[in-house]
Design a protein around this ligand. Structure first.
Ligand code: ADP
Ligand code: ZN
Ligand code: ZN
Length: 721
């Protein structure tokens, strides 16, 4: 028997594995996902490794093959299924194996915090006295791998391990459960016809035991959550577990409460901001099967859910599922890989599905179910205001006359208002009117944003400097702030409505823990009339008395140089608009300089289909996804010349590929933001016709790129190009 072992699996740069022979007496013990001790290198150091495959044969010559020395774990630290997932990630995103494993194995698992050391009973034992003493102590009572005893006797314990006398076991606390669970409540209402159909589709797919994407396309407030919950209950009743992914954990307290109240099994939350002991608890509960539901953002897709039966992705279109740090995985794609490995359904829920997913649905590749109507109320009435006309009519305010009069009416009725602008700070640009100098970050090619506290800040690297109204270039006093951020909206709206109580929710007001919940609960209990906010307020919120939503500037995303800018605009407007009138009739005012743009027109009509029809035509003509597969190759260095040289290397490698496959190369060029945190970035965008070709070539470039002066980042299916 042979095992394939990954040495130093905690190291992100590790990409190779090695074969080892399993001696007869260990054959029973080896298993994928367990750690082993092996000899490594010419000096035959004893090192720890992770078994990633068990097989019969190897290409290594027999006499060169080394033996496994000892098996460390009694229970695999990662499941077979999770290891398969690591390989899918490595392959699809062209990452190193260590990077992929790093996503799946949380740090506490590899640094021993959750293990106890147990001794094996054996009959014929000849041990030196000092080893014998330790052995007998552990035999009598297992010790924590973190204990003083274990740490002070590391050498002795290691040699007992090598003789096969000790083993790690996961520390499964007697009862992990401290809070009593209430009996789950039943809903007080009957499912609508559409909801029933959706539920049946999900449960019957689950029963078949097949991998299938199910797009749950339901307008905001159409009862998607109820479908999720009932589907989860079904899957759990069959003994399986569920991963429910949400875009942002702090914005979903309502949903988590709902799920907890309705599910038989324990529900755990899992995300990277939890402290180590919270995360350990959640990890152990899932691994032991005590908890059958895990809710969380991106990282929850890697949770050790036992016997996974269903994955649900709420708001599947959200960009927060994509990691902007290496490895640049998209949790929705990873969820699809994991569902495929387990032969289970994956539900993608959204009121504004991604163009790609909707395309697959109508092409028959994904199943689709639609929730057509809002449960309680009609969708809000939407007004689009042409800001060009406002200016021509002499209104120089940030607020249109319509928005102001609607706010006024709302306040008189005692109802609430949400004002949305996806820009924080006071003014995004500060310019010298004399010489045209724009205040820039010294680390990034990004203009500094003026904040009310008198500082200029970079929203990329957090650099700040004190604001002086004298131009650093020409000394002129004519320095002006242009444009508005949420701070300015908050200030100016107060000048129009002096008695209104205004709250602001953006990154600046929510740095403190619990700040989000505090602001939301204040607004909910009507301690404020107007809530001003960035993207943070666009998702999932439900306030009965919120009947007016104002979109201050619908064009901020529209003008971005990205092929998804229309899709983003449509999604964002539809989502914010969906916050209005969830229980009473609501209204939405959209301010824009592009009132005729199809993304804005369609959003104002709540008309996903016509948006999709326009958008898909353009995608086809331009050869964008879903008609192509895109990889962004980015080369980064502190030294501009090195970065340039690196990208030229990538270009030469790509050029060779044009002879074998059909691909389109755009670049090399400077990245849209050339310098970030003092790192220069060049990139090449490549379009492929087939996913398989994209994967092959991305991996080939990863293997062949060997210019050490500049780092190569491979971004597969980038969301910001
Ligand atoms: P979505 O997730 O699609 O935005 P929600 O799940 O928040 O919508 O549902 C909106 C509201 O409708 C919630 O308050 C929910 O409790 C309620 N609801 C869901 N299904 C039904 C139903 N079949 N009958 C009555 N009310 C329902
Ligand atoms: Zn910066
Ligand atoms: Zn100047």
């Amino acid at each position: 028997m042979i095992v394939e072992v990954c040495i130093n699996y905690q190291d992100a740069n590790v990409d190779r594995t090695f074969d080892y022979l399993v001696p007869g007496h260990l054959e029973e013990l080896v298993e994928v996902g367990k750690r082993v001790y092996v000899n490594f290198g010419v000096s035959n150091r004893v090192v720890e490794g992770l078994i990633i495959n068990v097989k019969e044969d190897t290409n290594v010559e027999r006499e060169k093959l080394k033996c496994v020395l000892a098996v460390i774990d009694k229970i695999p630290i990662v499941s077979d299924e999770q290891i398969k997932l690591a390989f899918s990630i490595k392959n699809y995103y062209a990452t190193k194996l260590g990077q992929a494993l790093g996503l799946i194995i949380p740090p506490f698992v590899s640094n021993n915090e959750i293990y106890i050391i147990c001794a094996q009973q054996t009959s014929d034992l000849t041990l030196e006295d000092e080893l014998k003493e330790i052995y007998n102590r552990i035999l009598k009572r297992p010790v924590s791998a973190n204990s003083k005893l274990a740490k002070e006797n590391e050498d002795k314990i290691a040699s007992l391990f090598l003789r096969g006398l000790l083993r790690f076991e996961l520390k499964l606390l007697k009862s992990l459960n401290e809070e009593k669970r209430e009996t789950p409540t039943e809903p007080q209402y009957k499912l609508t016809k559409d909801q029933k159909k959706a539920l049946e589709l999900i449960t019957s797919t689950f029963d078949k035991g097949i991998y299938k994407n199910i797009l749950l396309f339901g307008v905001t407030g159409s009862g998607k959550t109820e479908v999720y919950i009932q589907a989860m209950r079904y899957v759990i009743s069959k003994g399986k577990s569920v991963i429910l992914m949400v875009p942002e954990i702090s914005l979903t307290p309502q949903m988590i409460q709902n799920v907890k109240r309705r599910i038989e099994s324990e529900v755990v939350v899992y995300h990277s901001k939890m402290n180590s002991s919270q995360r350990q608890r959640a990890w152990l509960k899932l691994k032991s099967g005590e908890a059958k539901v895990v809710i969380g953002p991106r990282s929850a897709i890697f949770a050790p859910a036992k016997e996974l039966g269903l994955i649900i992705v709420d708001e599947e279109h959200e960009t927060s599922y994509k990691s902007e740090k290496s490895p640049r995985v998209n949790a929705v794609e990873v969820a699809q890989m994991r569902a495929k490995i387990n032969s289970i359904p994956i539900v993608l829920g959204s009121a504004t599905p991604t163009v790609e997913h909707y395309y697959y649905a109508i092409a028959g590749k994904y199943a689709i179910c639609t929730l057509r109507e809002r449960i309680n109320k009609a969708l809000p009435e939407v007004f689009v205001v042409d800001m060009k006309k406002e200016i021509l009519d002499g209104n120089k305010s940030i607020f249109s006359r319509l928005l102001l009069s609607e706010i006024e009416k709302n306040l008189q009725r005692g109802e609430q208002v949400l004002l949305f602008l996806n820009r924080r700070g006071y003014s995004p640009i500060v310019i010298c009117r004399e010489c045209g100098y724009v205040y820039m970050c010294k680390n990034c090619s990004i203009s500094l944003t003026y904040h009310k506290d008198g500082y200029l800040r970079c929203h990329y690297c957090n650099y700040k400097q004190e604001y002086t109204s004298i131009c650093p270039k020409c000394g002129s006093k004519y320095v002006r702030q242009y444009g508005s951020g949420t701070q300015r909206i908050e200030d100016e709206i107060k000048t129009y409505f002096k008695d209104a109580r205004v709250l602001r929710m953006d990154k600046d007001t929510t740095t403190r823990k619990d700040a989000v919940e505090e602001i939301l609960s204040k607004f909910k209990s009507k301690e404020a009339d107007i809530l001003v906010g960035t993207q943070m307020v666009a998702k999932g919120l439900h306030f009965p008395d919120l009947t007016l939503v104002g979109v201050i500037n619908a064009d901020t995303i529209l003008n971005m140089p990205d092929f998804r800018s229309k899709e983003r605009t449509f999604q964002l407007i539809t989502q914010v608009a969906g916050r209005a009138g969830r229980e009473k009739q609501g209204r939405v005012v959209i301010q824009t300089f592009n009132p005729d743009d199809y993304s804005i027109v369609a959003a104002s009509n709540h008309d996903y289909e016509s948006f999709f029809e326009e958008e898909i035509k353009i995608r086809k003509t331009m050869g964008y996804p879903p008609y192509s597969y895109i990889v962004n190759f980015i080369v980064v260095s502190q030294n501009e010349g090195f970065a340039k040289k690196g990208i030229e290397n990538v270009y030469r490698l790509l050029e060779k590929c044009t002879k074998i496959v059909n691909l389109k190369i755009y670049g090399p060029s400077e990245s849209p933001i050339f310098k970030v945190e003092n790192q220069y970035r060049y990139h090449i965008l490549v379009k492929f016709e087939k996913a398989s070709q994209m994967i092959d070539i991305a991996n080939m470039i990863k293997e062949r790129y060997n210019y050490n002066n500049a780092e190569l980042i491979i971004d597969v299916n980038p969301i910001n190009t």
